[in-house]
Ligand binder design. Structure first.
Ligand code: G6P
Length: 372
């Protein structure tokens, strides 16, 4: 087993370190000689894909959060409404689905029963299903109209890390493919976005190399009993995933909130010393989201929170209000989740390790849940 872990203490640690490759491999071979996106394993008639008027992403757990990230990108690029729903909720609420609905099922294992049932239901209603799957030969791709494989390699640790980054990457590819097909974007715009994506593995590697500071912080926080996570826009699903990782690995009560929601409730939770992670949007992004989130940091700090901030290199404004800053390289706003989630994964793993827990096999969880 030591050899399989490639010299790392755990599969989780190895898989976190695998992430630059997981993203790079998922991007590999997706363009033709002319630089146009080709998704070989996407076998749905182009005319059907052009007519799609709604996308519903169905998934569970971490995979569902990749869908939340994808929603921001696909709606922005393709101008198609995207809903994201937990597969088990979708299946049993009589969802509105028809021939013009594209259902995107996201799953690492390809075997999650809740997701499979959602896929079957969607197809019975006439929808086309594209699955984004990591495991070749699994059930969900067999039962889908098309599959877009992530190439993260086998993921052994129960809590998902590299599959998540690969899922986001694959969902971006799907979004760009649809934008290309439907003429929402010029070829050079798509090429530029693909270049940005191809630049991400290097930046992810940088975040991993900065991991020791995150680990040290986590070790100093091993007695925390409640941790909050705030994010806005694509940082919101990152906050949800950061909280999930901490629950799964360290058995700590953790909640992710949309930063804009703070004043509508969660701020009541803040008291002296309360640790709060905040994912800060790029200062170069539009709509002044950056300054709104910086104000949130000031608000919670004024109420005693210990602020653990994930911010872009060079974002000097956050420094004054942060107890700790975990710096990530600059990236286009929509791609930031591929970087911002990494310190949160490392934090959860290191804190769990400091508590003496088995990070690869958390209690009560299964890698793949094959019952409803
Ligand atoms: C289980 C795992 C999670 C995973 C979820 C969905 O609950 O413990 O890590 O995110 O299933 O799994 P899937 O294979 O469908 O991505």
């Amino acid at each position: 087993a030591a050899a399989e872990k490639g010299g790392f203490d755990s599969f989780m640690d190895k898989e976190i370190h695998d992430q630059p490759h997981a993203v790079a491999d998922t991007l590999l071979g997706r363009t033709d000689a002319a630089g146009r996106l080709v998704l070989d394993d996407l076998r749905i008639d182009e005319s059907v894909l052009r007519a799609v008027n709604k996308i519903i992403v169905v998934a569970c757990g971490t995979a569902a959060y990749s869908g939340h990230v994808a929603k921001y990108a696909i709606e922005h690029w393709c101008r198609i409404p995207v809903e994201v729903e937990l597969a088990h909720e979708f299946r049993y609420r009589d969802p509105i689905v028809d021939e013009r609905t594209l259902v995107v099922a996201v799953t690492q294992s390809g075997e999650t029963m809740d997701t499979l049932m959602a896929v079957r239901h969607a197809r019975e209603q006439g929808a086309k299903v594209v699955s984004i799957v990591n495991t070749h030969g699994s059930t969900i791709p067999r039962e889908s109209d098309a599959v877009l494989y992530t190439h993260a390699g086998p993921e052994i640790a129960v809590a998902s890390t590299k599959a998540f980054l690969a899922q986001i990457t694959a969902a971006y590819l799907l979004g760009l493919y649809l934008a290309q097909l439907r003429g929402n974007k010029f070829p050079d715009e798509i090429a530029a976005l693909l270049d940005d994506l191809r630049d991400m593995p290097r930046k992810i590697q940088t975040v991993i190399e900065r991991g020791e500071y995150v680990r040290a912080t986590a070790r100093s926080m091993s007695s925390s009993d409640k941790v909050l996570f705030l994010g806005r826009h694509v940082g919101f699903p990152v906050a949800l995933e950061g909280a999930l990782k901490l629950k799964e690995l360290a058995y700590i009560h953790a909640e992710g909130f949309a930063a804009g929601e703070l004043k509508h409730g969660p701020i009541a939770l803040i008291d002296e010393g309360q640790p709060v992670f905040v994912v800060v949007p790029s200062p170069r992004g539009r709509d002044s989201l950056h300054s709104k989130v910086v104000s949130n940091i000031q608000e919670i700090r004024a109420r005693g929170a210990r602020t653990l901030v994930i911010a872009e290199d060079g974002d000097d404004e956050v420094r004054d209000y942060a107890d700790e800053v975990f710096w990530i390289p600059k990236a286009p706003t929509l791609l930031q989740p591929l970087l911002a989630v990494v310190p949160l994964q490392i934090f959860a793993m290191a804190l769990a390790t400091a508590k003496g827990l088995d990070v690869d096999q958390p209690r009560n969880l299964a890698k793949s849940v094959t019952v409803e």
